[in-house]
Write a protein that binds this ligand. Structure first.
Ligand code: DON
Length: 569
């Protein structure tokens, strides 16, 4: 390694080789025409089949979303919400917000006791944690505007999988088993996912109630979920479990079409999600902040590289906590926060040799309650339309509460609000009045579905789960692709670090740092976070990257034994 840093005429070549190729990643999936990357092989294959049969990216998105709601229930959903960023083949871009909203009966202090203290777990588990779901409305809206296939036909594969069953992978079996006690504790009746002897890989699991729900949605569209039979089941569940969502809450739910945030970065255009996600604003600050630095001259995951990203990240997350919330309820200074002169001024005090103490800005604490799950899928069709969707129940299986007779889990997205001043949510994120609970308000998100173009041509689609680490994972994936010129598979696989202002530490995946770089960062005053959870679970990026010849590379992160897969042709 030392030899590689010497200034010999060949050093650069060797160094390039070292820098890029030590990231051993399973090969991506290549295609000439179309690609789907999602959290489950069955979903990616269904999406690919829709595209191969002439459906467009939006058709595939509907099919993939509903299949994930069956085969990947910890995050794939109809009882949650999400965001889509899209780019049509003609270059038109847009964003769809189908985020959950707080029920009408929700109020600012609903998770506090009489003394004003946060009641532990109340925003995370059971009926009060549930926001009014947006996913079915989201799918219906994007299908109505852009779909070319028949709605019912796109839902048919998910109905079949729920009714006939599908074979559990090892990971899926373990996920269901891990939460058995929660499912039993939270629900009034036995769920299909609960099996006393535990699930094993290779067994077939069936979801008849969910199949019925999907069938109704196939026939009646979004109406079934918001005013029809499914809405009645959902409201009955809320009544039985002392939740807040009423028939009126459901009937009034609306998606919002939004204008994406556009970021110019080294000749590329990055198109990403505006508020109520914090993702686009933060990503804009991070990319603009790092652009003046010669990232491509740095070694990937070197002291210098991680120090710089960390310093930018702590500033971006401090702004997130202070300024961001639902723009339909509070003023969010998006333009100001993403203005080049603001970002320049914000990074002026970055010292390349010394970490800034986050406490010089504000104080906070992290509390991690449990592992969490969201899911992202990226789709490109034959015409060149691109869809980037991140959707979630927030926690694994959301609130753990399932709608009796409906067969689906409800989110625990209420925890994404700032439920009390100075109280960190399950991702350790802080917030203030901007993100306080109010009826029908959207809770702030970090989800960052993103599309990349260059010189007017589509170049990539990326996104990831990971709570607070979503933004930094998307950020690093972009640097990997653009600055370090990695393949999609390498960019997805490269180990990632994360810092979010508070707690004032750098979290990282196992294998991110050499001992040398670890010492280097500590020497600059950084605290490294040894939490075992973070050894595995920064983002899980699902990427499509298009090279100069137009070849699509799909790459799913399977490094932690999940079932993610790319499928294309
Ligand atoms: O909207 C958000 O930012 C969170 N509810 C996302 C949750 C998440 O990514 C969990 N995944 N690992």
């Amino acid at each position: 390694m030392i030899a590689l840093t010497l200034a010999t005429p060949f050093a650069h070549i060797q160094y390039e080789h070292w820098r890029h190729h030590y990231i051993f990643a399973p090969s991506g999936v290549y295609g000439k025409e179309a690609m789907v990357v999602s959290a489950h092989r069955l979903a990616s294959d269904v999406g690919r089949d829709v595209l191969a049969a002439g459906g467009n990216a939006f058709d595939a998105a509907v099919a993939v979303n509903f299949v994930l709601a069956v085969v990947y229930q910890q995050a794939g959903n109809i009882g949650g919400g999400g965001f889509m960023v899209y780019r049509l083949h003609n270059g038109t871009t847009g964003a769809l917000d189908f985020r959950e909203i707080a029920p009408q009966a929700a109020h600012r202090d609903m998770f506090l006791d009489e003394s004003g203290a946060v009641i532990k777990g109340k925003s995370l588990r059971g009926a009060l944690a549930v926001g009014v779901p947006g996913s079915v409305a989201g799918m219906a809206a994007l299908h109505k505007r852009f779909g070319s296939g028949e709605w019912a036909a796109l839902i048919a594969p998910s109905i079949k999988l729920a009714r006939d069953g599908f074979v559990l992978t090892d990971k899926a079996a373990r996920m269901f088993n891990r939460y058995q006690q929660d499912f039993i504790a939270v629900n009034r009746s036995a769920l299909s996912v609960v099996k006393n002897t535990g699930w094993e890989s290779g067994q077939t699991i069936r979801f008849p109630a969910l199949a019925n729900t999907l069938e109704r949605i196939a026939i009646h569209g979004r109406d079934d979920f918001y005013i029809g039979e499914t809405s009645h089941l959902l409201v009955a569940e809320m009544k039985a479990a002392n939740g807040l969502i009423t028939q009126e809450d459901l009937a009034q739910y609306k998606v919002v079409w939004r204008t994406p945030i556009r970021i110019a970065y080294r000749g590329y255009d990055i198109i990403t999600m505006p508020p109520p996600s914090s993702g686009g604003v933060a990503l804009s600050q991070l990319l603009q902040g790092i652009e003046p630095y010669a990232v491509s001259d740095m070694r990937h995951n070197s002291t210098q590289h991680i120090h710089l990203m960390t310093e930018l990240e702590r500033r971006a997350y401090a702004d997130r906590a202070t300024y961001l919330g639902d723009p339909d309820f509070v003023f969010v200074p998006t333009n100001r926060l993403t203005a080049p002169d603001y970002v320049r001024q914000r990074i002026r005090d970055i010292d390349s040799d010394k970490a800034t103490d986050s406490r010089t800005i504000k104080e906070g604490n992290v509390e991690r309650v449990e592992s969490v799950e969201t899911t992202h899928f990226s789709i490109v069709d034959k015409q060149g339309n691109a869809v980037s969707i991140t959707t979630t129940l927030n926690g694994n299986f959301g609130s753990k509460l399932a709608v009796q007779g409906g067969g689906f889990f409800l989110n625990n997205e209420m925890d994404d609000f700032a439920i009390a001043q100075g109280h960190a949510n399950q991702f350790g994120l802080l917030g203030n009045e901007q993100n306080a609970i109010a009826p029908a308000k959207r809770m702030l998100s970090s989800m960052t579905p993103t599309i990349i173009e260059k010189d007017g041509a589509l170049r990539g689609v990326i996104g990831t789960p990971g709570g607070a680490t979503i933004i930094t994972s998307v950020f690093q994936t972009l640097l990997n692709l653009i600055d370090f010129e990695m393949s999609a598979a390498q960019a997805v696989y490269a180990r990632k670090s994360h810092s979010q202002w508070q707690p004032d530490v750098i979290m990282m995946e196992r294998g991110t740092l050499s001992l040398f770089n670890m010492r280097g960062l500590q020497g600059r005053g950084h605290k490294l976070y040894p939490h075992p959870h973070f050894a595995y679970s920064l983002g899980r990026v699902e990427a499509i990257w298009i090279d100069d010849t137009g070849t699509l590379e799909g790459a799913a992160d399977v490094s932690r034994g999940f079932d993610d897969a790319a499928a294309g042709f």
